[in-house]
Design a protein around this ligand. Structure first.
Ligand code: ATP
Ligand code: MG
Length: 702
């Protein structure tokens, strides 16, 4: 009794209501930092305490790491393990369920999961075999096609609709694209393959077509909870609806203002439709923010104020005081990096642990310069988002062998594996595959492939290795053996940088060590969706105190003491691709809202005023419109008082037309003409041309 009181007291009345409502549909819709995730954690604890067997609770989150973390916290509250609670992502859940129920729609439990790269390869293969890739045609490329197919599935729209709206220039190819799509579906089915979208699609189909499965699932998961519901799509909403058909005990939490995955088919309107999907929904709003200080919240509110469509309201906090967000106009990117590193060193001096500091950016490559600077300063960091271990070519090579062991009919993987052999080109690989296809046991058939002397040795080695691997059961030992085989190939194919790649293989091995089951290992490798939070499978680095560098997409749901948002310039954030469409621009704005609401105490908004463009040299970068729109009383400018001598030098130094300069009042500009009597004519962004006196103008060279 004592314990129950103590933890429920850590909630406000609205949160408590959500935690106490155990039955029926509940929607918690609330702004950033209002305790939505916390409410879910407490509710898990509460359910377990009420005697619900943990495995009857299903917690769906955006990454598996987030689920693990939430369950860890629930266990701490209860003083009792919540590990047996089923936690994961929609994709990992669907994968698990399809391994159990996939046979109902013709899939063996050993089906292969295609990641996005694999899917593109398959599409490419089919595109050629249908004769759609003749030179000279403007037929869409494989990544465009994959994106197109994925959008159709995730948005529940026809290909024609998507083409019409987003790729009108390809509309003339509609019949061919439809044919390719059907062919792709057929191919995957024939070879027991599923891409990410299929995981959702097929699980949905099982649920839809089999009422007995629905009934079983409703009994199995009596309580379903979903975090970050604003980033789900119609298919995920339908999956939840069908799984909960027997009881309707579903609680979802989310914030429409933080919806940032439209490019993957998510739709923030989904959250607003929840009550329609679940009649009788109890709607709970949380308005108090526990995360950030008022000045940070004021700025966040101002950002989202300008959004066209929004449901959640302004946030307030009871936390007193706080430092206004700081804007830093950096001369260029390396000045931005220097600034961030200096502030981080100061924060560390003040006792802020590095793990309480994050640097956020729109695109993974925006942090390259900073990464070098942090390394120079010996400041440890980890990076989330961007290319992951599993996406590297050499890791894919190794994984392809394992996939074959699991599903010998995965001819895409065969293709990759064969091409690694010396003397085997695409045509030979196809010939070998034709031979394998004709057999009911492709692995065995490999030994009877008629081989030319040029690649015979390689092929025999491969055959022996796969046969040996077949006899080993431990995942780790298999991988060890495989790496032994692969090492000489690696050294030949990637001779430029193979030592670094070898280290990656070791990381892979250290991951494998946690698994008993090969299929689980492969699924986990494939299943972390692209751009998801936190490289879930990267080797543990948690012990060390390190800074987080992250794309904003991957920072969802997290918080830090101090947050730096960098590269806030037009073309980078909002991204150049987004500015043409009102809808995408709105999404970028929500992304900025997500970024600023990650900060608890300190928020720095940084933007370099010049940058290098390939072919154009040094150019002026305009500050992001999201910054320019903010009322200036909501932030403070960071000023580094230039040393007197530096200023004098600047004033006397001979400026020349074309020089880039910075003026305390007008900001960045370009020298147009040097005039007599120490005067100078400068063009300032947003202010036009000004004629200034060099002695008083306090110009700085950029
Ligand atoms: P986001 O929208 O960013 O995902 P959220 O709504 O999920 O945010 P949480 O992460 O759950 O918010 O909570 C934000 C912070 O506020 C956390 O540090 C959490 O522990 C704290 N918090 C939430 N509710 C309370 C409360 N009632 N009392 C004290 N602290 C709270
Ligand atoms: Mg949250």
């Amino acid at each position: 009794m004592g314990r129950r009181r103590s933890y429920l007291e850590e909630l406000n009345p609205a949160q408590l209501e959500a935690v106490r409502t155990l039955f029926g549909p509940v929607l918690v819709i609330a702004g950033a930092g209002s305790g939505k995730t916390r409410t879910l954690v407490y509710r898990v604890a509460r359910l377990v305490e009420e005697g619900v067997p943990p495995e009857r609770i299903l917690l769906l989150t955006f990454t598996r790491k987030a689920a693990r973390e939430m369950l860890r916290r629930a266990s701490l509250l209860l003083g009792r393990s919540c590990e047996r609670v089923s936690g994961g992502t929609f994709h990992s859940l669907s994968h698990q369920m399809l391994r159990e129920y996939g046979r109902l729609i013709g899939f063996s439990p050993n089906f292969t999961v295609l990641d996005r790269g694999d899917a593109e390869d398959a599409i490419n293969l089919l595109r050629s075999s249908l004769g759609l890739s003749e030179k000279g045609r403007r037929f869409p490329k494989k990544d465009t096609l994959a994106a197109l197919f994925s959008k159709a599935v995730n948005q529940g729209r026809t290909l024609a609709k998507i083409l019409e709206r987003e790729y009108p220039h390809f509309f003339e190819y509609l019949p061919e694209i439809e044919r390719l799509f059907l062919e792709y579906q057929r191919y995957k089915r024939e070879h027991q393959l599923m891409d990410y979208d299929d995981l959702l699609l097929h699980w949905h189909r099982v649920l839809l077509e089999h009422s007995e499965v629905r009934a079983e699932i409703s009994r199995r998961f009596e309580f379903i909870m979903v975090d970050e519901y604003q980033d789900t799509n119609w298919l995920q909403a339908e999956i939840v609806r069908l799984m909960a058909e027997g009881h309707g005990n579903v609680m979802v939490v989310g914030d429409d203002s933080q919806s940032i995955y439209a490019f993957r088919g998510a739709n923030f309107r989904n959250i607003l439709e929840f009550p329609r999907l679940f009649p009788g929904t109890r709607i709970i709003k949380l308005e108090e923010n526990y995360r950030s200080t008022q000045p940070i919240l004021d700025l966040a509110n101002a950002v989202i104020e300008r959004a066209r469509e929004k449901y959640t309201k302004c946030l307030f906090t009871r936390r007193p005081g706080g430092q206004k967000p700081i804007r830093y106009r950096a001369r260029d990117e390396s000045d931005q990096s220097r600034f961030v590193a200096e502030r981080i060193l100061e924060l560390r001096e003040e006792g802020v642990p590095l793990s309480e500091i994050a640097v956020l950016f729109r695109a993974a490559f925006h942090s390259f310069d900073l990464e070098l600077e942090l390394a120079r300063q010996d400041l440890p960091f980890v990076k989330y988002g961007g290319l992951k271990l599993i996406e590297a070519a050499h890791i894919k090579d190794v994984v392809a062998h394992l996939k074959i062991l699991l599903n010998p009919f995965d001819f895409l993987s065969w293709h990759r594996v064969l091409l690694l052999l010396e003397g085997v080109g695409p045509r030979t690989a196809e010939k070998i595959i034709t031979h394998l296809r004709a057999s009911s046991d492709p692995l065995r058939a490999l030994s009877s492939v008629p081989a030319r002397p040029s690649y015979e040795k390689g092929l025999r080695r491969l055959t022996q290795t796969l046969e040996a691997l077949r006899r080993i059961s431990s995942v780790e030992e298999r991988l060890e053996e495989l790496i032994e085989y692969y090492r000489p190939l690696l050294e030949r194919i990637y001779h430029d940088d193979y030592p670094k790649r070898e280290r990656d293989l070791e990381s892979l091995l250290s991951l494998a060590h946690r698994y008993q089951d090969l299929s689980e290992f492969l699924a986990d490798l494939a299943l972390e969706p692209p751009e998801s939070a936190v490289a879930d499978l990267e080797p543990e680095t948690e012990k060390e105190d390190h800074i987080v560098l992250s794309t904003i997409h991957s920072a969802k749901g997290l918080e830090w003491h101090t947050v730096f948002v960098i590269s806030l310039c037009e073309g980078r954030f909002p991204s150049a691709y987004a500015v043409a469409s009102e809808e995408e621009l709105e999404e970028e704005r929500r992304l900025f809202y997500v970024a600023v609401t990650r900060a608890r105490e300190g928020l720095y908004l940084c933007h370099p005023v010049t940058g290098y463009l390939p072919g154009e040299g040094r150019v002026i970068l305009k500050p992001s419109r999201f910054l320019e729109e903010l009322p200036s009383e909501l932030w403070e400018e960071w000023r580094e008082i230039p040393a007197e001598e530096a200023r004098e030098e600047a004033a006397s130094a001979g400026f020349r037309p074309g020089d880039l300069v910075w003026h305390p009042q007008f900001g960045e500009g370009e020298v147009r003409e040097v005039l007599p009597a120490e005067k100078i004519r400068i063009y300032f962004l947003g202010h036009g041309e000004k004629t200034l006196h060099l002695k008083f103008a306090r110009l700085e060279r950029l």
